[in-house]
Design a protein around this ligand. Structure first.
Ligand code: ZN
Ligand code: ZN
Length: 338
C-alpha cells in the first residue's frame, strides 16, 4: 500500500484535498473503505429505523407520532419563514440571480423531499435511537434534578443540541466517509434559503448525536415543540442569499454572511474549513475556527465540481442530476475520493 493510500485510509480529510479538481476516481483501497463506511452508516440507520417503527406500531401511535414530527420539522411555521426569507432575498440579495435559477429549483426539490420522504423515516430512526440508548446505555440518562427550573433545562438542552450539531458538522468535514455524504450540501453554487435542505438523507444519521442532550436530561424535563420549531427556523436563515451580518449580534449568532464563508469555494486564512456553527458562533470561537464577514460575498461551491451539479446539466436533466447526487456516496469510485 502506498503512502497516499495510507493517508486516505486513516479517514481524515486534508482540506487542500477537499478542493482538488475533479478526477476520475480509481478503485483504490481507500475508496473501498469509504464505500464500506457509507454502507455501514446506511445499515445502522436502517436497523435503528426498524426498531423505531416496530415500537411505534406496537404502541399504536405511528400516525400520530409522524404527524407531530412533521409539524415540528417541516410544518407551517417553517414554510412561512422560508417564504418570508425568499421575499427578503429578492429585495436584498447577496448575489443577484433569477428567482427560478436552477440551483433554487433543485434545492426547493430537496425541501419537498425532506418534508415528504425524509421526515417520516427520520422520526423512526430517532425513536430507535432513544429506545436503544435506554436499553443499552441507560447510565447516560441522568436522574431527575428537581432543583433546576424547567426553563433552565430547556435552555441547557437547546444549547447542548447546538453544540452536538457543531461537533457532527466538524466530523462531516474531518472524515472522508462522512464528507462523501456532506459534500452535496457544499456543492451549491447558487446558495439560498432552500440550500438548508440540500442534504443527503443519510447525513441526518450523523446529526443524531444532537438527540443526546434531551435524552440525558429527559427525567428532568423536555423541550417544548415550539422551541424545536424556532430552532429549526433559526437554522434555516443562515443559508439565505442575504448580506446580513446581524451587526454586533453576529458575534453571537450565525448570520447568513457568516455561514456563507463556510460555503466559500476557497477558505480565507490557512485554507481550512471555518464557521461550522448552526445557531451559535461560540463553538467556532472556542475552536478558533470563526471568521467573521468583511468585504464582498464570496463565491460558493466546490472547486472542480466533484459532485454532479445542476449548473452543468441540461434543464431537462435536473431529475437525473439529483439522482446522481444522491447515488454518488454509494459508488465504489467517485471524484470525491480519487
Ligand atoms: Zn459543512
Ligand atoms: Zn450550510
Amino acid at each position: 500500500m502506498s503512502p497516499t493510500d495510507l493517508a486516505l485510509t486513516d479517514a481524515v480529510v486534508d482540506e487542500r484535498w477537499r478542493h482538488r479538481p475533479t478526477t476520475q476516481g480509481a478503485r483504490s483501497p481507500a475508496g473501498l473503505v469509504q464505500w464500506a463506511g457509507v454502507t455501514l452508516v446506511a445499515g445502522v440507520t436502517a436497523g435503528l429505523g426498524a426498531v423505531g417503527l416496530h415500537a411505534m406500531l406496537a404502541a399504536g401511535d405511528l400516525g400520530r407520532s409522524l404527524s407531530l414530527a412533521r409539524g415540528e420539522m417541516a410544518g407551517p411555521a417553517l414554510f412561512c419563514v422560508v417564504a418570508v426569507i425568499v421575499v427578503c432575498e429578492r429585495l436584498w440579495p447577496a448575489e443577484a440571480r433569477p428567482l427560478l435559477a436552477r440551483g433554487h429549483l433543485v434545492d426547493a426539490g430537496y425541501l419537498a423531499l425532506f418534508a415528504l420522504a425524509v421526515v417520516p423515516p427520520l422520526t423512526m430512526v430517532q425513536t430507535g435511537v432513544a429506545i436503544e440508548v435506554r436499553r443499552h446505555a441507560s447510565f447516560l440518562v441522568l436522574s431527575r434534578f428537581a432543583f433546576i427550573p424547567r426553563l433552565a433545562v430547556e435552555g441547557i438542552v437547546l444549547v447542548g443540541v447546538d453544540a452536538m450539531n457543531w461537533l457532527a458538522h466538524r466530523a462531516n468535514h474531518r472524515f472522508v466517509t462522512l464528507w462523501r455524504l456532506h459534500a452535496l450540501h457544499h456543492s451549491q453554487e447558487e446558495m439560498g434559503v432552500f440550500t438548508t435542505f440540500r442534504t443527503h438523507p443519510l447525513v441526518h444519521s450523523v446529526y443524531l448525536v444532537s438527540l443526546f442532550p434531551a435524552l440525558v436530561l429527559s427525567a428532568t424535563g423536555g423541550v417544548p415543540a415550539v422551541a424545536v420549531i424556532v430552532y429549526g427556523c433559526l437554522v434555516t436563515l443562515p443559508h439565505a442569499n442575504l448580506r446580513w451580518t446581524f451587526g454586533p449580534l453576529g458575534k453571537v449568532f450565525v448570520s447568513p454572511a457568516y455561514h456563507r464563508i463556510h460555503h466559500a469555494r476557497t477558505y480565507p486564512g490557512d485554507g481550512e474549513a471555518v464557521n461550522f456553527g448552526f445557531v451559535l458562533a461560540c463553538w467556532d470561537r472556542l475552536a478558533r475556527r470563526a471568521v467573521f464577514p468583511v468585504g464582498p460575498a464570496l463565491p460558493t461551491g466546490l472547486d472542480g465540481r466533484p459532485v454532479p451539479i445542476e449548473q452543468e446539466s441540461a434543464p431537462r436533466q435536473l431529475a437525473r442530476t439529483v439522482f446522481d447526487q444522491l447515488a454518488q456516496p454509494f459508488r465504489r469510485a467517485t471524484a470525491l475520493e480519487a
